[in-house]
Design a protein around this ligand. Structure first.
Ligand code: ADP
Length: 373
């Protein structure tokens, strides 16, 4: 069942095309994060779903009913949506309880207060019902804003960077609280964020957006581990890029051969590997044994190593081409600059793509598709 459906949305502002053919279905109780860099069209998509902006093409449906298309355009207040923005201010002159009760039309006064109290309870703010917004911290105000948005039981909840005004520690706490309340409701949630960590943490599905288009949609685990291209992979973490070229349907690299059937000889291939998927061994006078899992080890020299809190980051200058690869390992591991090491790749976590300049086609060579050495 689909609660919110966006179908072929297009939005242009004169020469700027902000949204190009965006389609997305969200089920009741599902949290979908629209993730992408600033300016890629996330907020415009959300504003169209809300009805505060009208699309140039396409339609918006809620529970199968068209709320906006070329002929028809229902205003936000008729759509049964809850809205939450980073700066979605509470009414300063109203107490917390009245702020939450504000949008509850069609109920008696006492019933409005009862519902408001129930939602304050859900966000663990019942004790603050009689305070004014300025007496609360930023995180507490966000909880109230969430309670206020949810109290009318909207069918769709639209959230635009709702947590970005909070500092790190508070943000995690408020995010977790929000997620647990959202999960109790049957609203379809569309949450806009530019923060990949937030999307990974909150989303049932992530829709990765770039240049006005949705490039890839999937569960966080899937989209992190099966990026459709280098840019999609780069969105979630720092990357190492290792270059190789094709010989007889295999790509030859200093880390061994990778199977790449279908690519012609001399084609350039990029092997993408995240820092945590490099293995690093101190040089003990002999080359580590190669294996099907890690291929061949390649030698290099430590340039710099830093302890980062829960992990260490080691930058290694590679013998074969002088490129610098970055490896992270859990805990404390800080070899001195100049120390000789061997790097190998956790092959099941590598992604192979034909070089962007040669082909924009999605690579068929995902992790695991590798020759051993
Ligand atoms: P995001 O939310 O991903 O940062 P937006 O949806 O806000 O991106 O913007 C997408 C593009 O549309 C940007 O190039 C932005 O400058 C443009 N844009 C957004 N709103 C307007 C507007 N009201 N008038 C003109 N251009 C706009």
């Amino acid at each position: 069942m689909t609660r919110l459906a966006l179908k072929g949305l297009v939005k242009d502002y004169g020469d700027t095309v902000a949204v190009r053919d965006v389609s997305l279905d969200i089920a009741p109780g599902e949290v979908v994060c629209l993730l992408g860099p600033s300016g890629c069209g996330k907020s415009t998509t959300l504003r169209i779903a809300a009805g505060v902006e009208r699309q140039s093409g396409g339609s918006v449906l809620i529970d199968g009913e068209v709320v906006s298309d070329a002929e028809r355009h229902e205003p936000p207040e008729k759509r049964s949506i809850g809205l939450m923005f980073q700066d979605f201010a509470l009414f300063p002159h109203l107490r917390v309880l009245d702020n939450v009760a504000f949008g509850l039309n069609g109920h008696s006064r006492s019933e409005r207060k009862r519902i408001a109290r129930e939602y304050l309870d859900r966000v663990e703010m019942a004790a603050h019902a009689d305070k004014y917004p300025h007496e609360l911290s930023g995180g507490e105000q966000q909880r109230i804003a969430l309670a206020r948005a949810l109290a009318p039981k909207p069918r769709v909840m639209l959230m635009d960077e709702p947590f970005s005004g909070l500092d790190n520690r508070l943000r995690d706490e408020v995010r977790d609280a929000a997620l647990s309340v959202l999960k109790q409701e049957e609203a379809a949630v569309l949450l806009v964020t530019h923060d990949p960590e937030e999307a990974l943490r909150m989303a049932d599905r992530i829709a990765l957006m770039r240049d006005g288009k949705i490039e890839q949609v999937g569960a966080p685990y899937h989209i992190y581990n099966n990026p459709k291209d280098r840019a999609a992979a780069a969105f979630f973490s720092d990357l190492n890029v290792i270059h190789g070229s094709v010989r007889s349907r295999q790509t030859d690299t200093p880390f061994g051969l990778f199977l790449t059937p279908g690519l012609v000889d001399d084609a350039d291939v990029e092997i993408i590997v995240r820092p945590q998927h490099l293995r690093i061994d101190l040089d003990e006078g002999r080359k580590p044994e190669s294996s099907a899992r890690t291929g061949v080890a390649a030698p290099g020299t430590v340039q710099r190593a830093r302890f980062m809190g829960s992990e260490s980051l080691i930058e290694v200058s590679m013998d074969h081409d002088g490129s610098v690869l970055r490896a992270t390992v859990p805990g404390v591991f800080t070899p001195a600059a100049g120390e000789r090491v061997w790097l190998s790749l956790k092959r099941e976590s590598c992604h192979l793509f034909p070089c962007a300049a040669q082909s924009k086609v999605r690579s068929p060579y995902v992790h695991g598709d590798s020759a051993s050495t």
